[in-house]
Design a binder for this molecule. Structure first.
Ligand SMILES: Cc1cc2nc3c(=O)[nH]c(=O)nc-3n(C[C@H](O)[C@H](O)[C@H](O)COP(=O)(O)OP(=O)(O)OC[C@H]3O[C@@H](n4cnc5c(N)ncnc54)[C@H](O)[C@@H]3O)c2cc1C
Length: 408
């Protein structure tokens, strides 16, 4: 088991500095342009692919870092660069993790490389779970997957929404209902291979923030996928469904705990994204406060400004510590007895919203314009308290975990 340390080792520092260089030199200068264009920044993804920063190998290395700090460190630096572009780069990872977590070795080997493509022909992937009537309430999902035994094919029908890279992805991972009688336990995930008839992009959303990241509806109309596109395979699904149906006999708690543990382990990554955006805005505000003069002195000479900066930095560091703790717990197999993963996401995402708002205030009128990046960072930060479970859902999970009461 890896020793816990607050200090990154030399290899980690080298990787962090390398990502930081890309974020500072390639992402930052392009951030305002792609935010205005509201399009996927393909040339930047390609640049990242050329240097190995957009690749299965790189993310696998970070994912399996025995200290747990590889992914949070990567997310913080990329999202420090720019949140919209960063989500275009890491969005594929959502789908890849879905396959890594549930797929067979053969499925992992077949589909994850096709999600990334290569430096000459980059591809992206999408993870499609949310639906118009099933956001926080995943149990209300309606997209159906029906098995056609004669052809060994699954037939998918439904409408997904809010899918990052939805419709432009080479590979879509779609969560669908296979047994409507047992709520979210009757869900399964499917690969929809490139060019499958019946899958189309619906509305593309015009968003408040992270506008360089493509978000759209995905419509599934009689989409037929081969039997081997069911992640984990039919045998495993049948076993899992049988266990879920025996919930009344006591098997349900174990299933619920397994799903909870997966969320607890993935949420700190979103917390790290939020830390990156918050840090970026804080740095701009600190510089500005030192150079902007009013009443014959730099505005940072006023406690009213300096104390805000002190609070901003304190919250950012606290958020990072919570994210690192939860990431370390995930990789070392510690039980999330107090929902520490959800805590880290809750605290970091609320911090990003608060800190970016303070940064706008410290820049005064300039903070309110698109001439300065804090305006964009403030819009971007609003996503962190919404996706991967809203702040209210994090509080619900934390409160239920701490109390054992099924609070509503
Ligand atoms: C930019 C963006 C990208 C996304 N990317 C993806 C993606 O790639 N794949 C994917 O599957 N999904 C994605 N999502 C969807 C995202 O996960 C959902 O938006 C989120 O889960 C919230 O669901 P909802 O929008 O339906 O809100 P709702 O669930 O309708 O919630 C509305 C409000 O009610 C509150 N609320 C709901 N239930 C409760 C409760 N029990 N107690 C207290 N408050 C409650 C919520 O906290 C929220 O404030 C993305 C969303 C966005 C905006």
């Amino acid at each position: 088991m890896a020793e816990f340390s607050f200090e990154l080792d030399d290899d980690q520092k080298a990787v962090r500095d390398w990502i930081h260089g890309f974020a500072a030199d390639v992402m930052r200068p392009a951030a305002a342009e792609w935010d205005e264009r509201e399009e996927t920044p393909w040339p930047i993804i390609q640049e990242a692919a050329k240097i190995g920063l957009y690749s299965l190998d790189f993310y696998a290395q970070q994912y399996f870092d025995p200290t747990g700090l590889g992914i949070p460190m990567t997310m913080e630096e990329l999202f420090w660069g720019d949140a919209g572009i960063a989500l275009s780069i890491v969005g594929t990872g959502l789908a890849a993790v879905g396959v890594l977590a549930n797929g067979t070795e053969e499925q992992i080997g077949t589909w994850i490389p096709q999600m990334y493509g290569d430096a000459d022909d980059v591809k992206v992937a999408a993870f499609c779970s949310s639906e118009p009537d099933a956001g926080s309430d995943v149990g209300s999902m309606r997209t159906r997957a029906v098995y056609d035994e004669a052809k060994d094919e699954w037939v998918l029908n439904g409408t997904k929404t809010w899918a990052t890279n939805g419709g432009i992805a080479n590979v879509h991972v779609v969560v669908a209902v296979v047994d409507p009688e047992i709520g979210s336990k009757g869900h399964a995930s499917f690969i929809v291979p490139p060019g499958t008839p019946g899958l189309s992009q619906g509305q593309k959303f015009k968003k408040h923030g992270i506008r360089a990241s493509h978000t759209a509806e995905v419509v599934l109309d009689q989409v037929r996928v081969p039997g081997n596109c069911l992640l984990g395979g039919k045998e495993k699904l049948d076993e899992r469904l049988a266990r879920a149906r025996e919930k009344a006999k006591g098997g349900g708690e174990r299933l619920k705990n397994a799903a909870m543990a997966t969320f607890e382990a993935s949420r700190p990554a979103v917390g790290a994204m939020a830390v990156g955006t918050a840090r970026a805005a804080y740095e701009v505000a600190l510089d500005y406060a030192k150079t902007r003069h009013q009443f014959g002195r730099p505005i940072i000479d006023n406690q009213g400004v300096a104390f805000q900066l002190a609070d901003m930095r304190t919250r950012i560091d606290a958020a990072r510590l919570m994210v690192w703790r939860a990431s370390w717990m995930a990789v070392t197999g510690k039980p999330f007895d107090s929902a520490e993963g959800s805590m880290s996401k809750l605290f970091a995402s609320e911090t990003a919203k608060q800190v970016t708002a303070q940064a706008v205030q410290i820049l005064g009128g300039n903070g309110f314009t698109r001439e300065y990046p804090v305006e964009r960072m403030h819009r971007d930060a609003a996503i962190y308290t919404i996706f991967e479970g809203t702040s209210e859902i994090q509080r619900l999970v934390i409160a239920r975990t701490l109390s054992g009461v099924q609070i509503r």
